[in-house]
Write a protein that binds this ligand. Structure first.
Ligand code: 5GP
Ligand code: MN
Length: 346
């Protein structure tokens, strides 16, 4: 039996907010991943079944790899159709913010939302949520926003509104944020939730292949190249560094999403407990970090890379060259203190 974790008064406030409105906007973080878009679409489906005018507005484009999810064509992308996005936000009576903890994570769309009177409801699992939300449902100990959203539906007694499509979206978020249940995956509740979703006639094998196991040949070659030629290990600091320059990305016809999952790979080397990956994007160096155990990459991204996330998975942006980013990494490396005993979970 899954125990309730959200306080009753919060659940009742949420119920009252939903009951009192017709027009609802749902938004999620920049470069939406499976959890961000999965939770947004699942909530949208359930709100439609409640008779609401709900719509998902994303701050930027959704990766092609998630285009198979149902109703993706109804999503309004701010950077593509700004006027329509503006209209939706300005006419919203309630705004849900899913899978992010602060308005700067949604860029210009955040500025627009901050100008509105409509109450803002946060449903999220990132550390340190900011204080700009009228109702905060924040559980950083949970492994995905989709898991949290399932718990919200459970406590609202709305599980009957989760149909096949909503179940598919929720399962995608739970799978992608846990690496298909390989990290952040020790809570038995996860498997009860998964079983409940599976009863909505999910083809899990197909879903896994669509969401997590589809890569172009170029992308596989790029990842192979990165691991073979561009991975540095620092065993005494339990660290690994990956870098990819613009030229290298071009050489492999890089498309958004092609390096998905790459940053996790060095963690499979025994003794490596944290990884930093720098990718030279057109505007900045995109930083992506992973760790295991108590080593907090959230702090690293917070302190050095204008970012954040979770203890074991975080990201950020570095404004400078990739060489300068590597210099910063080397400084961090000098500063980290590692306990004598082996922290490795292998
Ligand atoms: P990824 O490495 O997969 O891009 O991101 C891992 C985690 O870090 C995700 O939970 C994501 O929300 C967070 N994250 C990624 N990039 C940024 C960023 O630029 N700023 C902040 N605050 N969080 C980020
Ligand atoms: Mn998430």
């Amino acid at each position: 039996m899954i125990q309730p974790i959200i306080a009753d008064n919060i659940v009742e406030r949420l119920r009252a907010l939903i009951n009192g409105v017709k027009n609802i906007v749902i938004t999620c973080h920049l470069s939406p991943d499976g959890d961000a878009i999965g939770s947004s679409l699942a909530l949208c489906h359930v709100l439609h079944r409640l008779g609401k005018n709900a719509i998902v507005v994303t701050p930027d484009m959704i990766p092609k790899s998630l285009a198979f999810l149902p109703d993706m064509r109804d999503v309004v992308v701010y950077t593509k159709t700004e006027l329509r996005a503006r209209y939706m936000v300005e006419h919203a009576q309630l705004i849900f913010c899913l899978d992010f903890n602060d308005m700067h994570r949604i860029d210009k769309l955040g500025e627009l939302i901050m100008l509105q009177q409509a109450p803002r409801v946060l449903i999220d699992h990132h550390l340190n949520p900011s204080n700009v939300f009228d109702l905060k449902i924040s559980f950083p100990q949970l492994s995905s926003t989709c898991e949290l959203l399932y718990r919200v539906f459970l406590q609202l007694h709305m599980l009957n509104l989760i149909d096949h499509y909503a179940a598919m979206c929720l399962l995608v978020g739970m799978m992608t944020d846990t690496g298909n249940f390989t990290y952040g995956c020790n809570n038995p509740d996860l498997y009860e939730i998964q079983a409940s979703l599976m009863r909505r006639h999910i083809d899990r094998q197909w879903l896994y292949n669509m969401a997590m196991n589809t890569f172009s040949a170029d992308s596989l070659r790029l990842q192979g190249y990165a691991l073979s030629e561009k991975m540095q290990l620092f065993p005494d600091k339990h660290a690994a560094l990956l870098t990819l320059t613009q030229d290298e990305l071009k050489r492999f016809n890089y498309r958004k999403g092609d390096t998905e999952g790459l940053v996790n790979k060095p963690l499979s080397v025994p003794g490596i407990d944290w990884v930093v990956f720098f990718r030279q994007d057109p505007e900045y160096v995109k930083v992506s970090c992973r760790s295991r155990g108590d080593f907090s990459v959230n702090e690293i991204c917070n302190n050095y890379f204008n970012g954040g996330g979770h203890v074991n998975a975080a990201g950020g942006e570095f404004y400078g060259t990739i060489e300068q980013a590597v210099d910063v990494f080397m400084r961090i490396l000098e500063q980290v203190e590692y306990p004598e005993n082996d922290n490795s979970q292998h």
